[in-house]
Write a protein that binds this ligand. Structure first.
Ligand code: PRP
Ligand code: URA
Length: 215
């Protein structure tokens, strides 16, 4: 995983498969079906890296031949929280790796004029303080949605939150780090900048529209 002193909270997953798949995702000719499959696969590969520091505890297991000591992921229950809509595309891939994870939902959309997030839904498990949260959204653009989603999770009692995105803009990484320096951000790509409409350049376009075939 790549790090840079410019963005201390950022971790870029440099794995060749992730980089290859992101490039296909960017291609405007990639159809919805393939786009969806790629988001799912990249999310799974990123989650593999983002869970590398999970704590393990010893557990006794009976093989068909004898009793032995194994190790299992300890204590803190994992919770995935997609930011609607586009974050939904990242859920299934991660659940294949961590089937016991719970799934919360945060509904937010960006106002087209102000680019500020508008809240419309919030539901996470009740015991938030005891959980490790993975907040999911393919795009970290101005960072407004991410800052608001993290604040909502914290209000619900969450203390351990990681943010997983596919493409991040420097502006968004900075804004999230200023507001929530405790939140580590995992991305597959750190892009150049935002355009005046708040789209990431070079980016991949509107992630929600490309995932769900709307426009
Ligand atoms: C997109 C994206 C993020 C947000 C990022 O969602 O999925 O949630 O924009 O932008 P920001 O960092 O500037 O806040 P959008 O608002 O288009 O909603 P949608 O997923 O329902 O299409
Ligand atoms: N949301 C998207 O879906 N794409 C961008 O480039 C920025 C925000």
């Amino acid at each position: 995983m790549d790090t840079t002193p410019l963005f201390p909270t950022l971790r870029r997953v440099a794995h060749p498969l992730v980089q290859h798949k992101v490039t296909v995702l960017r291609d405007k000719r990639t159809p919805t079906k393939i786009f969806k499959e790629l988001v799912d696969e990249i999310a799974m590969l990123m989650a593999y890296e983002a869970t590398a520091d999970l704590l393990l505890e010893p557990v006794t297991v009976e093989t068909p031949l004898e009793t032995t000591e194994g190790r299992q992921v300890s204590g803190k229950k994992l919770t995935l929280v997609p930011i609607l809509r586009a974050g939904l595309g990242m859920v299934e891939g991660i659940l294949r790796l961590v089937p016991a994870a719970r799934v919360g939902h945060i509904g937010l959309y960006r106002d087209h004029d102000t680019l500020e997030p508008v809240d419309y839904y919030f539901k996470v498990p009740g015991d938030a303080a005891e959980r490790d949260f993975f907040l999911l959204d393919p795009m970290l653009a101005t960072g407004g949605s991410a800052v608001s989603a993290v604040a909502s999770l914290k209000r619900a009692g969450a203390t351990r939150i990681r943010f997983l995105c596919l493409v991040a803009a420097p502006e968004g990484v900075r804004r999230l780090a200023d507001a929530h320096p405790d939140v580590i951000v995992y991305c597959a790509a750190l892009d150049r900048e935002l355009n005046p409409q708040g789209y990431i350049l070079p980016g991949l376009g509107d992630a929600g529209d490309r995932l769900f075939g709307t426009r």
